[in-house]
Write a protein that binds this ligand. Structure first.
Ligand code: C5P
Length: 218
C-alpha cells in the first residue's frame, strides 16, 4: 500500500494502559505495552500529520515530531484527550481501565483481615464521549481486545459507542497481541471489514491509516 500523505491533518492517539491508584503504592491496571498506539502515532507523524499522543504509563520513546502528553489514570486520559480536540481523527488505542477505586487511600493500606473489599466505580468511556462530542473528529476509531465472538462484540461496539471503525485484535494468531511487536487486526466498519496482518505493528499502523483515509472526504 502507498503511504498517502496526512499533511494538514490533526490526529489524536491514545496509547498504553491506565493505572488506577488504590493507595500510594498500589494500583489496578491493564496489560498493555502501548506499542500499537505509539506505532500509529509514529506513522501518522512520518506521513505529515500533526499528532498528539496521549500516553498512559509505558516505557517507550516518544516518536519523532509527536506531541506527547503523559497521563496515569482514565480520568486524566479523558481530560487530555478532550483538551486535544478539535482533531480530524481520534484513534483510541489505549487499554483504559474500566473500573477505578471509589476512593484512593491517602496512606498505604495495611494488611490485617483475611479479606479486603475494594469498592470500584466505572471510569469515563473516553471513546464513546469523543464520538458524540460537539468537537467530534471526522473519524473516530476504537480498538477491541476480545477472546471470543470477536465480530459480534466489535460490531456491537461500533454501534454502542457510535464510532466509525473498530480494530479488533485477532487473539490466538502467532506472535500477536500484548507486548508483542507483531499483531493481527480485523477492522470493522458499518458496511465492511478487512483483516490486516499478522505483521509488525509499525506496518499495521500504516495500513490502518490508509484505511482511515478512505473514510475521509477528499
Ligand atoms: O468497551 P471496551 O473497553 O472493550 O472498548 C475498547 C475501546 O474503548 C478502546 O478503543 C478503548 O481505548 C476505549 N475505551 C475508552 N474508555 C474506557 C474504556 C474503553 O476510551 N473507559
Amino acid at each position: 500500500m502507498s503511504a498517502a500523505s496526512l499533511s494538514g491533518r490533526r490526529i489524536v492517539v491514545s496509547a498504553g494502559p491506565t493505572f488506577e491508584d488504590i493507595d500510594p503504592v498500589r494500583f489496578i491496571g491493564n496489560r498493555s505495552s502501548g506499542k500499537m498506539g505509539f506505532a500509529i502515532a509514529e506513522a501518522a507523524a512520518r506521513r505529515g500529520a500533526k499528532v498528539v499522543l496521549v500516553a498512559g504509563p509505558v516505557s517507550l520513546a516518544t516518536p519523532a515530531d509527536v506531541e506527547r502528553i503523559d497521563v496515569r489514570s482514565a480520568r486524566q486520559m479523558r481530560e487530555a484527550v478532550i483538551a486535544a480536540l478539535p482533531a480530524d481523527a481520534y484513534i483510541g488505542a489505549a487499554a483504559v481501565a474500566d473500573y477505578a477505586p471509589a476512593v484512593i487511600a491517602p496512606g498505604k493500606i495495611k494488611k490485617k483481615d483475611e479479606q479486603l473489599t475494594l469498592e470500584l466505580v466505572r471510569t469515563p468511556d473516553i471513546l464513546a464521549e469523543v464520538a458524540v462530542h460537539e468537537r467530534r473528529p471526522t473519524v473516530v476509531v476504537g480498538f477491541a481486545a476480545e477472546t471470543h465472538d470477536v465480530e459480534f462484540y466489535a460490531r456491537g461496539k461500533l454501534e454502542k459507542k457510535r464510532v466509525d471503525m473498530i480494530a479488533a485484535n485477532r487473539v490466538g494468531v502467532a506472535g500477536s497481541g500484548f507486548e508483542s511487536d507483531d499483531n493481527a487486526l480485523t477492522v470493522y466498519w458499518a458496511d465492511g471489514a478487512l483483516a490486516l496482518g499478522p505483521a509488525p505493528k509499525t506496518q499495521l499502523a500504516d495500513q490502518l491509516l490508509d484505511l482511515i483515509l478512505t473514510r475521509w472526504p477528499a
